[in-house]
Ligand binder design. Structure first.
Ligand SMILES: N[C@@H](CCC(=O)N[C@@H](CS)C(=O)NCC(=O)O)C(=O)O
Length: 216
């Protein structure tokens, strides 16, 4: 008999922050029950979802105790503490500080400025939204490229997958959605390519969770 998963993940298939958590769980082989919360039809702003996360954002991780965690990096840190192998925070304290700086370059310095609610507040015009998103994604990736290049190997920091890659790759996916050319960022382009064949990438990527009735 199959056991009920210990975790429920409220997420949206195309949400890059949700993808980070799905990817961490796939990499650590942690079972979870996914529950989709649409960002497009007001569901994320419903009273029900605001009880889970007062910001109206996904992801939210619900534990068996009913406790709920928000913020993808806090969720992944919690999972890391309970399921430390394989680690997403490899290396020495100095390595880990560099890795976290990369993750925050995306989590704090890039993704929030091109989030859906920010785009809608910036302008009702989709071409203005696109220009804004392109500007901030390019700026974020430029910083990331400069920070990661001296230490990158197969992945953002050496040859071990880390929380930095779990933030970078979904951000590159969003860059593609907004038609940002990533060829000026050769290290990022190489890391991105190296992630595309990982099993944990394939299991967690947006296409694997796209609703059957979704119309672009
Ligand atoms: N820093 C938060 C960001 C969460 C976030 O921005 N989620 C987006 C999807 S990637 C969202 O729910 N957006 C809804 C909106 O902008 O209204 C995290 O890492 O969990």
């Amino acid at each position: 008999m199959q056991q009920t998963p210990e975790y429920t993940l409220y997420h949206y298939w195309r949400s890059t922050s949700s993808w980070r958590v799905r990817w961490a769980m796939a990499y650590k082989n942690i079972a979870f029950k996914p529950i989709a919360v649409s960002l497009l039809d007001g569901e994320s702003e419903s009273a029900e979802h605001l009880m889970r996360n007062p910001a109206g954002y996904v992801p939210v991780l619900e534990l068996k105790t009913g406790e709920r965690l928000t913020e993808s990096l806090a969720i992944i840190r919690y999972l890391e503490d309970l399921h430390p192998i394989p680690t997403l925070y490899p290396g020495s304290p100095l390595d880990r500080a560099r890795i976290l700086a990369l993750a925050e370059t995306i989590n704090a310095g890039t993704q929030p400025i091109q989030n859906l609610s920010v785009l809608l507040m910036h302008s009702p015009d989709s071409s203005e939204q696109k220009k804004w998103a392109q500007h901030w994604i390019q700026a974020g990736l430029k910083t990331y490229e400069a920070l990661c290049t001296p230490f990158a190997g197969r992945f953002s920091h050496s040859d071990e997958l880390s929380i930095a890659d779990l933030c970078l790759v979904p951000q590159v996916y969003n860059a593609e959605r907004f038609a940002v050319d990533i060829s000026p960022f050769p290290t990022i382009s190489r890391i991105y390519k190296n992630c595309l064949t990982l099993e944990s990438y394939l299991l967690s990527r947006p296409d694997a969770y796209q609703p059957a009735d979704f119309k672009a």
